[in-house]
Design a protein around this ligand. Sequence first.
Ligand code: ADP
Ligand code: MG
Length: 719
Amino acid sequence: NRPKIAPQTLKPNFCNQTRNNNNSFARREKIKKQRESLPIASVKERLIQEVKAHDILIIVGETGSGKTTQLPQFLYHAGFCRDGKVIGVTQPRRVAAVTVAKRVAEECGVELGQRVGYSIRFDDKTSNSTRIKYMTDGLLLREALLDPYLSRYSVIIVDEAHERTVHTDVLLGLLKDVQNVRSKSAISHDNIADKKAKNGSLNEKENGTQSISFLKQCPNSQFPPLKLIIMSASLDARGFSEYFGGAKAVHIEGRQYHVDILYTVNPETDYLNAALITIFQIHLEEAPGDILVFLTGQEDIETVERFVHEQLLKLPEANRKLLTVPIFSSLPSEQQMRVFMPAPPGHRKVILATNIAETSVTIPGIKYVIDPGFVKARSYDPVKGMESLVVIPTSKAQALQRSGRAGREGPGKCFRLYPEREFEKLEDSTKPEIKRCNLSNVILQLKALGVDDIIGFDFMEKPSRAAIIKSLEHLFLLGALTDECKLSDPVGHQMARLPLDPIYSKALIVASQFNCLEEMLIAVAMLSVESIFYAPREKSEEWKTAIKCFSSPDGDHLTLINVYRAVDELLEKKRVELSNEKNLKGKSEKILRKWCKENFINGRSLRHARDIHSQIRGHVEQMGLRISSCGDDMLQFRRCLAASFFLNAALKQPEGTYRALSSGQTVQIHPFSVLFKSKPECVVFNELVQTTNKYIRNVTRIDYLWLTELAPHFYANQS
Ligand code: ADP
Ligand code: MG
């Protein structure tokens, strides 16, 4: 009778952070207890039975009940990954995919990237042994391009479906179809293949679904049916159920303690300042418990973070035990897990989050919520064909979700930074993104999947005809579609392969013809992150001096390239200097951090941009595009910008504002642009931000005549 070995001692890679055995054991026990106490734990068997019994299941449950972390594990142990099949879980947000995968890997006692992994754009932590795979909804759509039947998956869980991102909505339509085809594949695929051989192609009536290109590939193997699970936090499952032909919905009861809601007496004009005051009011007057503040994006978060630190220095030592932790989607993944770590004893944690913390990630320990009542959203004007980012009031449903975060572990308080009468005026729920965004990206992907009839596609909620047509026109102008609205060869196909906005994909292709792909790769990478510069209001003079050494009189694109190159040079110089020293990587990191601080560069954003740069460089190399540099000939590069971004050109008006040429809108150059003062005659831009004014950001000077020369199909008849 040899003593049995406890299973965990066979798994030395349990968790990197906890090498110490005692610690690791205690942590494992704690996690086990936490898991057992989640509301979902008590309905485990029933859920497994429901999934076995239904091919489509809708699961609705309070945020924090354990849906995202637990259900995939239940299904794994119930045998849904037999024959090497994978359980895929989609998330609308990158951060959620990453943090949840890390948590689940730890719960399972496996190394991340083995049984449990994640895959998001520009970052893949999976392997052949991955069986539970968290990913963004956009990424699964991309996978469908390579594997239209999604044949690796036995179960796909569309999580956070209530968020109704444009990718979720398209994915739902696609999955409905894949499931249909897969459940019929055993019976009907020979039959259809026969017909196809006779008729040459299939029309929609014959296969009963959209004319997706799946069947063109006629696989030899037959697929097991696909289990589809739609998970949502909101209480209205009816919409999903109706869309899936009356699919079964199950509800998981959550726990929720009472949350006191407090409103301001008057409207606040500066919500960041109001948030700051409230943070300190709570910190100095309220009982222990962490604070969660909802802000609109990285810029706001970093501003508040700085304010808090400055304010803390003014307080007596004993009152300084307040710790800030940011969380937003482009936060480097090694920093994301910090929100889950408890504050040191005696300290209070204040989490500065985007709406990611509404339902996507559940952070333990929160007792106070501060809700300024705003969210950053995409907005699209189909008539003008212009997409912009706007900060808008939240919906009632969002406000309720936010306040609910304070009552997960005990009674809490929510401070809404607006008067009570304003709450009544809020919309009930948020409009699905598909109804308020430019659809070019989605249409390009659907076309690449073989869905030709976009208007006829089975959307849960149809985007307006005008928006579809405008986006088709947009793609046509970019050369991605032919006169017959088919994907063009090679440009359209190349564009669909790049994981970028179509206008950026096109810019890379154009740049390879203009011999400046090196420069465009940098520009696109830098444009893909939020705020490379940070411009603290209180240090605006210092900031202006610092940025002078990078700024190009020709515009922001060139300025961004200068910053990127300066970093390259710095790192190269240090690499040579430090070549004999140990821990070169750590030392370079330190040098870079210091340099960023001195130059008012956002180190997080810069690192993210460098990462994206190397990823897209890999993509264009694979595609065989010619990567060369125009050297010092920046005129060539600006001409390339004009040829690429001709849809975003603007002309100066006599009164100093600009007229966007494709939409006719009146816009202004953003104060952070290097061209804010010089105001050249004609510019191209990459972003439209709407606050009190419509601002264009990332702006470069061009010559108006280049537009008629380089984009004659659009400008020849305009003047
Ligand atoms: P749901 O999907 O129903 O909103 P989750 O499965 O995301 O719930 O979360 C279940 C529990 O796991 C929550 O109590 C949450 O605090 C905890 N949790 C999730 N991710 C982490 C993490 N990375 N670290 C610590 N706890 C976590
Ligand atoms: Mg969840």
